[in-house]
Every structure is written in structure tokens, then in C-alpha cells.
Design a protein around this ligand. Structure first.
Ligand code: ZN
Length: 298
């Protein structure tokens, strides 16, 4: 018999489902529930082992916004909740906020970052299993006695009218070259040509992130930012190149057991664009914009 690596069963992904009849994860699988661009709104999120948030936790990162968002996250049943910021979470980008706060918060006054960090990283957050990542790596156990998963999170997205955590496109390569190889990658911005098409037809994702992915090959890559590009795709690294997929395409290609796969997920929950029109959804997390559930074998 050959001595090759044992076959790794395929990931299972739910993009559209009836929450009351979502099947439980199979034995030896970990259930990741992915959300993004929740902007201080609340809606139903299915239970699972791990919650992953792809950034834009709030509208403009006020203390009030964070109180609302974090209370919602504290109350969720997942053992571990890995979260990142996004371009709307203005206060989390401290240096930028010091220089720009009055453009946004001149009426309510400069927001207290200490209070916000306490909500995100304080005892209450820790007790609720929240891990906030800002250009850093973590490892966690999703289930008692289960395997350890590694994750890296980065709140940045390519420059767009000088919001928080924006980088000029020419600095993309420098940023992504620091991303380590992990099981899970969280970036607020999408990679180029992967769930990144705007309503205007632009592919807004980062080319340098796309070029880095064949090296990183995370088992799960969660992002957001382009709300209208909500979707998921199971990619097999057969020929070593990235896919080109948008939200109107099939969910998976020919996935083979002994080849690395990455599940790409843009779970943006704010209904926008053609998809919103097609589904007639207006509510956050509503039809067509539900949290995306990904089961991956341990
Ligand atoms: Zn957003």
C-alpha cells in the first residue's frame, strides 16, 4: 500500500439554508460560522464551535457602536470568537483616528479608545471567548480535547477615500508579505477577483493578497468589505493558482481528497447590489446575506 497522506474529507459549506433545519456538524468536523460587515446591527447567527468576523464591526467605531456590537457577540454561544476591525471601525486605527477623528465625530467628541479596547479585550470579552486580531496570529482550541487551530487577522483594505486601515495599493505587497501560513486567514479586504466585484463592475480586491495566497493556502479565508459580493467557494489548489469567482457561480469545483483546499468566504451581512434586489432582502443577515457556515475536518 502507498504511504501517502491520508485522504482529507471535503469541507461542507452552507450559504443559503433554513436555520431551523441546518444539519449538525459531522463527528471530527469543526463548525465555523462566518459573518462580516455587521455594522452594529443584530440578527440571527447559527450556533457552532467558532465564530469568525471579517471586520466592519461598527458604523464609525463609537463607544456606543462598540457597546452594542460587543454585547451581541458576548451573548453568542460559540466557544471561540475571532474578530478583526475594518475600514469603518475608525477608532481601532489609533494613529489614523488621532489625526482624523474630527472629520467624523466632531458633534459627539473624540471617542475614548481605552473604553473601546476594554470592550474588545477586557475580562468580559475574554470570558466570552473573544480574540481580537490586529495584524497578529493566535492559536486556539475550538473544542475541549480537540486540535489547535492557527489564525491570522488583518483589518486592512486597499485605499478608498482615506478611511481607517486603508493602504495605498503600492504598499500591498509589503503588507501581505508579513502574513504567516495559518489554518485560518481573516482580512477585511478581499483578494482580487474573489468575491470582490462591486455593483459598478470593478474588481476591488487586492492583487498582492491574491498573489500571496498560493503560498499561504489557508484552509479557510474569511473577508468582507464588498457587501454585494457575498458568497463562498471551495477551491482546490490542483495547479497552484487562485480561482476567479464571484457570487453568481457554483460553490465548488472538482475537489480531490489529497489536494490542499481553501474555502473562500465573503459573508458580508449587509444586503446590497443585485443580490439584494434578486432576493428582495433589506434586513442584515436576511435571505441571500445569511451568515455562512463552514464545516472543516479536524
Ligand atoms: Zn462594511
Amino acid at each position: 500500500m502507498s504511504n501517502t497522506a491520508s485522504p482529507s474529507p471535503k469541507p461542507i459549506v452552507y450559504v443559503e439554508y433554513d436555520p431551523s433545519s441546518l444539519p449538525p456538524a459531522l463527528p471530527n468536523y469543526t463548525r465555523f460560522v462566518c459573518i462580516a460587515d455587521t455594522h452594529s446591527h443584530e440578527f440571527y447567527v447559527p450556533p457552532g464551535d467558532v465564530l469568525l468576523h471579517g471586520g466592519d464591526l461598527t458604523n464609525t467605531g463609537t463607544v456606543h457602536n462598540f457597546e452594542k456590537t460587543m454585547e451581541w457577540l458576548y451573548g453568542m454561544p460559540h466557544n471561540v470568537k475571532v474578530i478583526i476591525g475594518g475600514n469603518h471601525d475608525l477608532t481601532l486605527h489609533r494613529k489614523w483616528y488621532d489625526d482624523n477623528w474630527d472629520r467624523w465625530h466632531y458633534r459627539i467628541g473624540k471617542q475614548d479608545i481605552k473604553t473601546i479596547m476594554e470592550l474588545i479585550k477586557g475580562p468580559k470579552a475574554k470570558e466570552a471567548g473573544i480574540i481580537y486580531l490586529e495584524d497578529e496570529k493566535t492559536t486556539f482550541q475550538a473544542k475541549e480535547g480537540g486540535r489547535f487551530w492557527s489564525a491570522y487577522g488583518s483589518p486592512w483594505s486597499p485605499w478608498f477615500y482615506d478611511w481607517a486601515f486603508n493602504y495605498p495599493r503600492e504598499e500591498g505587497e509589503k503588507l501581505v508579505s508579513k502574513f504567516p501560513k495559518t489554518d485560518i486567514l481573516l482580512t477585511h479586504g478581499p483578494p482580487h477577483r474573489i468575491f470582490d466585484r462591486t455593483s459598478g463592475g470593478d474588481y476591488a480586491g487586492c492583487v498582492d493578497l491574491r498573489n500571496r495566497l498560493p503560498i499561504l493556502r489557508p484552509r479557510l479565508h474569511v473577508f468582507g468589505h464588498i457587501h454585494e459580493a457575498h458568497g463562498a467557494y471551495i477551491h482546490s489548489w490542483k495547479d497552484g493558482s487562485c480561482p476567479a469567482v464571484q457570487n453568481d457561480e457554483a460553490i465548488s469545483e472538482d475537489v480531490q481528497d489529497n489536494i490542499d483546499t481553501t474555502v473562500f468566504v465573503n459573508p458580508a451581512n449587509w444586503p446590497m447590489g443585485k443580490r439584494r434586489a434578486d432576493y428582495g432582502t433589506r434586513e442584515f443577515g436576511g435571505e441571500g446575506f445569511q451568515p455562512i457556515v463552514v464545516d472543516i475536518v479536524d
